[in-house]
Design a binder for this molecule. Structure first.
Ligand SMILES: *[C@@H]1O[C@H](CO)[C@@H](O)[C@H](O)[C@H]1NC(C)=O
Ligand SMILES: *[C@@H]1O[C@H](CO)[C@@H](O)[C@H](O)[C@H]1NC(C)=O
Ligand SMILES: *[C@@H]1O[C@H](CO)[C@@H](O)[C@H](O)[C@H]1NC(C)=O
Ligand SMILES: *[C@@H]1O[C@H](CO)[C@@H](O)[C@H](O)[C@H]1NC(C)=O
Ligand SMILES: *[C@@H]1O[C@H](CO)[C@@H](O)[C@H](O)[C@H]1NC(C)=O
Length: 504
């Protein structure tokens, strides 16, 4: 009797599920407030299941003309049915020269998102949502299907949303007033999150169960959304991979300075100190010129350790400004519980830093630090100039008995700790007094991570290797070339991530 009931129940569930899942050749249409969109059905990689994909849905008006350097606004309505079956646009990637996917080009008109769902739109399902914020140092990357394909995650019964947001100068140049507000790129992400909250039920997603997930600059972004009051009520959980809002790479203390440097670099005659004059110069300029020049601008200002080209990144905004998104200081906010108290999973890869250069690059970095111990501390630790040298020496001693030059693995370890592990562990500790926290270190070395390292003494997992296990990348999907260990690790990661999204 009991057994029968169980079978019955199972059958019922099966029937129920079947009617709401995708069918081949079905042409799904969803009616958004602005107009209708038509997606398509695709197949997952691991389970070979059908799912619905809607690509390049406009979530904001194109940020061009007078909307350049301004906060995102609602998209216009459209007539008829918009074809959302392919991706063509990434945001400008600030002079970065890696190839973007075939058929995808850089454009200022880039505020689009993608929704992938295993359940039939309109079928009265309500399943958890994974909202992905891509990394790329706030100056490159995009959320398109070829680089962040949902083919693995979708087998784990979550709705997946991926987004583009403005990058580099377009997303983070700021006069730190209300003329060119700060954190435009974060505000794009927030706008996309609000869109998701309002519309995801149309795709079978539950707006009350959105988990925001990001890696590197995306992880830092997730950290900022955790802190921002504007995100209250929009998220049920957060996953931060290899980045948080208290990583030094995600914070720019001199936003106004760089904004005006940009104006001068664009127009040699520009001498004004007025934000409105700068905005005019910048809005009149060719987008391509802004894109190219934005990489040259930062040269003459002292760089923070690991700063590299990470100049166009988030800032702390004045509380008096309308629409301020981050008012900081971030560490204090987390410490004082001035954040969204949702469950968090957070972690890093065991040797993040290995990915940031060749052996020769590391030798060069090592020589610089060995020559001047104060550089080890740089400007990130809040230490007085007079104490920097001693502090640097002490810090170095924790990693090597000799020099960084003689022990490059010590440099890799130090930079991994300094730029990633230390702030991430700190964030985990602080947040754990507010909500559940799951802290991880990813240290499985496999080919699926797509990184073959070669520094003596470093044989572990670099920055962004975790991402390749979770997301399908066009061209890296020849499973026959991956070991059983890789595939097992992939399933474990997918299970852990999706379980967090579903159950937290
Ligand atoms: C939508 O766009 C795709 C790719 O360009 C094309 O193959 C397809 O025919 C289009 N569908 C409609 C209904 O226009
Ligand atoms: C949708 O599902 C909910 C809960 O599962 C149920 O209460 C509601 O009646 C359903 N609505 C429709 C239109 O089927
Ligand atoms: C700068 O000013 C000079 C002299 O007025 C003018 O000839 C030149 O075109 C200006 N350059 C730009 C980029 O506006
Ligand atoms: C080199 O660095 C590694 C990593 O910090 C450390 O374990 C090792 O002891 C160092 N070697 C020497 C000779 O200091
Ligand atoms: C990594 O690179 C080395 C040297 O180029 C090569 O011998 C080795 O086979 C590579 N490892 C894998 C797993 O491909």
């Amino acid at each position: 009797m009991f057994l029968e009931m169980k079978i019955c129940a199972t059958l019922l569930i099966l029937i129920n599920v079947k009617t709401s899942f995708a069918e081949e050749d079905e042409v799904p249409v969803v009616k958004l407030p602005q107009g209708q969109i038509q997606g398509h059905t695709l197949r997952s990689s691991l389970g070979n299941k059908l799912y619905y994909a809607f690509q390049e849905i406009p979530y904001a008006a194109p940020p061009i003309g007078t909307l350049r350097f301004k906060e995102a606004t609602e998209p216009e309505k459209w007539k008829g049915i918009k074809n959302t079956t392919h991706n063509t646009r990434s945001c400008y990637i600030n002079g970065y020269t890696v190839e973007i996917a075939p058929g995808v080009t850089e454009s200022e008109d880039c505020l689009y998102l993608n929704v992938y769902t295993p359940v039939k739109p309109g079928s009265n399902s309500s399943i958890p949502v994974l909202f992905w914020i891509h990394g790329g140092g706030f100056y490159f990357g995009d959320g398109t299907f070829p680089v962040y394909g949902p083919q693995y995650l979708i087998d784990f019964d979550v709705v997946v949303v991926t987004i583009n947001y403005r990058l580099g100068a377009f997303g983070f140049l700021t006069t730190e007033d209300d003329v060119i507000p700060g954190n435009i790129g974060l505000k794009d992400q927030h706008f996309a999150l609000q869109w998701t909250y309002s519309n995801i039920n149309l795709f079978g997603g539950d707006p009350k169960q959105i988990t925001i997930v990001g890696e590197s600059a995306g992880g830092a972004s997730v950290g900022y959304h955790l802190i921002s009051k504007k995100t209250a009520g929009l998220i049920a959980g957060a996953i931060l991979q290899s980045g948080t809002a208290i990583c030094s790479f995600g914070y720019q203390p001199n936003g106004n300075y760089y904004a005006f440097e940009m104006g001068k670099a664009l127009n040699k005659n520009f001498t004004s100190e007025k934000s409105s004059d700068l905005l005019k110069v910048l809005q009149d300029a060719d987008a391509q010129d802004i894109n190219e020049i934005s990489l040259e601008v930062p040269e003459d200002k002292e760089r923070r350790i690991g700063g590299g080209s990470l100049v166009w990144v988030p800032v702390v905004e004045s509380e008096e400004l309308d629409g301020a998104f981050i008012t900081g200081p971030m560490h204090n906010d987390i410490k004082e519980g001035n954040v969204n108290k949702v469950p968090v999973m957070i972690g890093y890869n065991s040797e993040e830093e290995i990915v940031f250069g060749s052996v020769d690059d590391f030798k060069e970095k090592a020589a610089k630090l060995d020559e001047d111990d104060s550089q080890i501390v740089g400007n990130v630790y809040n230490i007085d100039d007079t104490n920097k040298e001693t502090a640097g020496q002490q810090l170095k001693k924790l990693y090597t008995k000799t020099t960084f030059e003689d022990n490059l693995s010590a440099l890799v370890k130090f930079k991994t700790d300094s730029d990633f592990a230390t702030p991430i562990i700190r964030h985990a500790e602080l947040h754990s007094s507010l909500a559940d926290v799951f802290l991880y270190q990813f240290s499985y070395k496999g080919m699926m991570g797509f990184l073959n390292t070669s520094i003596e003494g470093v044989d572990a997992v670099g920055h962004a290797e975790d991402v390749k296990y979770l997301w399908h990348v066009d061209g890296l999907d020849d499973f026959s070339s991956y070991s059983i260990g890789d595939r097992l690790t992939q399933r474990r990661l997918l299970k852990l991530w999706s379980n967090f999204v579903k159950h937290r």
